[in-house]
Design a protein around this ligand. Structure first.
Ligand code: NAD
Length: 262
């Protein structure tokens, strides 16, 4: 329980990697504010209640839209108000759209840059003063292998993820002597709702079922030929929040089954 008493905000945590990260932090005793786009607030509140019951910690839900800077600021202020501070921020919310650059819808470009990149800036900007005041903080950005290398048809996603790695380094440097670390995690394929459309598209293109399409998708890039598990990202975030990681800052950590070693 190395995070007992700490207050965490995890964006995009009603599903997938963020949900696993929020659970991992709650399991270590942190109070957690979860966030995500849900059909009704009750859906988010039910996820929070289940997490609180499972780990015996305070968990709250905030439905801020990560494309809206003023709602992001409101969410950080709400966490500080409820928990007394914001010690840990995990910028994780993300969306995807694939298309060749010349046909990439402008509206999808704007949305991906807003949610996958600008939201991390707005949340970090709002959360840093709380961390600086206490001389302790952890900021962890869910980037991607696509922050390190590119793939076709992902102009906005790759641009946003490369950008968040730059942001990670700047925030790390500005706070290096203040007890605050900032790192990026770069997962390869993780089987979450975010990649389902790509699996469906590949199944249609190759005329195979979803299981075979999943194997082909992973096998094409990831030498381990296995998906990264969301819980493995949760465990890494928990480690980055520990004292053992106090000198680990400004790094981009691939968890990609060897993808970027090639
Ligand atoms: P997911 O679709 O399961 O979860 C995305 C979360 O973000 C959900 O909680 C969703 O509600 C939330 N979200 C989306 N738009 C939002 C908005 N405008 N405001 C607030 N919340 C919003 O996807 P995931 O795979 O768990 O993705 C999480 C992060 O991991 C993303 O940043 C993604 O780019 C990154 N990532 C995923 C993979 C992968 O293979 N799945 C690989 C590398 C990086």
């Amino acid at each position: 329980m190395h995070l007992a008493g700490k207050a965490a905000v995890v964006t995009g945590s009603t599903s997938g990697i963020g949900l696993a990260v929020a659970n991992a932090l709650a399991a270590q005793g942190a109070k957690v504010l979860i966030n995500g786009l849900v059909a009704k607030p009750e859906e988010g509140e039910a996820i929070a209640a289940e997490m609180a019951r499972r780990h015996g910690v305070e968990v709250r839900f905030h439905g801020a839209d990560m494309a809206r800077p003023e709602q992001i600021a409101e969410m950080i202020a709400a966490a500080a108000e409820a928990f007394g501070s914001v010690d840990i921020l995990v910028n994780n919310a993300g969306i995807q759209h694939t298309a060749p650059t010349e046909a990439f819808p402008i509206e999808r470009w704007d949305a991906i840059i807003a949610v996958n990149l600008s939201a991390a800036f707005h949340a970090t900007r709002a959360a840093l003063p709380y961390m600086q005041q206490r001389g302790w903080g952890r900021i962890i950005n869910t980037a991607s292998v696509h922050g390190l290398v590119a793939s076709v048809h992902k102009a906005a996603y790759v641009a946003a993820k490369h950008g968040i790695i730059g942001l990670t380094k700047v925030v790390a440097l500005e706070n290096a002597d203040r007890g605050i670390t900032c790192n990026a995690i770069c997962p390869g394929w993780v089987n979450t709702p975010l990649i389902q459309q790509q699996i469906v598209d590949l199944a249609a293109r190759d005329g195979v079922d979803i299981d075979e399409a999943s194997r082909r998708l992973v096998g094409a890039k990831q030498p381990s030929k296995g998906f990264v598990q969301p819980e493995q990202i949760g465990a890494l975030v928990s480690f980055l929040c520990s004292d053992a990681a106090s000198q680990l800052t400004g790094a981009s950590l691939p968890v990609d089954g060897g993808w970027t070693a090639q």
